[in-house]
Write a protein that binds this ligand. Sequence first.
Ligand code: FAD
Length: 418
Amino acid sequence: MHTLDEWVRYGDEIRRPLMIADELEKSSRVAIIGAGLSGLTIAYRIAKRRPDIEIELHEKTERVGGVISTWKKGDWICDIAVNAVRPHPAFWRLVEDLDISDKFSQSNTNAKSRWIFLRGKQVRLSAKSILRIGPIKLISGISKSRMGGKSVREIIPHALISDAMTLGIVNDLSNNVDADFLMPNLTKFGENPPIKWSKIKKMMKSTYPIFMPTKGSVASFSGGMQTLIDSLYEELEELENVKVIFGSNFEDATEASKKLGLEKHSIIWAAPPKVGKNNFTELKIYAVGYDSEQCQDIPVGYGTLIPNQSISISGILHESDVHSTNRAPPNHRLFRIMSPNSRGASEVEVKEDLKKILCKHDPVLFECIGERRIPKYPPGYMGSLETGEAEYTRSGWFFSGVSVTHVVAEAERIAERF
Ligand SMILES: Cc1cc2nc3c(=O)[nH]c(=O)nc-3n(C[C@H](O)[C@H](O)[C@H](O)COP(=O)(O)OP(=O)(O)OC[C@H]3O[C@@H](n4cnc5c(N)ncnc54)[C@H](O)[C@@H]3O)c2cc1C
């Protein structure tokens, strides 16, 4: 059982299992495999806490950051993966400790509205959306979800609304997504807090360093998420007990332990597990810019989710509306478009759909800025994660939760073992 202090520090993250090797803290040398946000943050947190421990961070490619990177062209700035962070004190603590608070700010509070494209119309998500789902069906779905192992579709019994939600978060249909993994607080997965959740939430609010996020807001970095990655990497380069090694490609933790001459409990696997192609979904990301005058009919907001599979686009994010720092040249707006590979659409089809659903004018910028894979989290996934007596430590979004707040909170919790 966790203490009240731990609940206040991590909130609902406590519900998520940690896969930490029993004897990790006995290591005098630790190897972290994978230098995405997870590996970088764990290396930083352990190195700061225990300067006497030697840390090797092994990365397969020639760059750090994993799926995170920021595309730039002139004044246009667009993140390829995560663009903004939902409020969690663990993330705020990381920003403060890295001393990059001056580059971190709350999103534009006028850009909170989110829409779903339902049957050819843009519908704003609001309390009224619950009426579309049917409040009784929703309550029954939520109480059923507490049996564990259910899909999101079973909890939110409105196919289009639940698909829109999961497509927006994990690029997959709601039937295929584990409700416990996506929303453990709703399904009450794992341990429950020692006092009322509303009281814990109130106590957590007082622990935010830097600034107190307003309800419904997110936060981001000027210069995009690459700002965070650059800062973490710069810090690691300064630390004497950390070595970053590029071009390492270990098959698994057993091979890493053998080749590095380390006990298996000293390995932290922060890379994807050994899984096949079918364990991921893929999507293309486009940066699309318009002259402000030509797109003045598009309301200011966060974005639109599009569950309809016959449309090439699953999500439109209003990048230049959301962030409080500039993402587009003066008198222009930037949108980020997600096109799942499962919809098999060409660039021409994406352009045509944009004309139909976003803006009839030609964009002044249209560029495919990247392609990314997102892990699949099928129903029952969270319950299947191995806890207790782990031979080696596992971390990152395959295990901790899909968003950066999970990854960062998990890194702090792992480092606390030392
Ligand atoms: C399109 C997209 C949008 C997203 N949007 C959001 C968002 O809005 N909000 C949010 O909170 N989160 C979002 N995320 C999720 C967020 O980006 C991830 O949670 C986070 O970046 C995962 O970091 P990670 O270190 O766990 O994994 P990764 O970034 O996958 O890092 C793993 C690292 O391991 C390396 N590696 C792989 N195999 C090996 C090996 N054998 N040996 C050594 N190294 C290896 C890889 O090269 C990589 O550098 C989004 C993700 C995507 C793709």
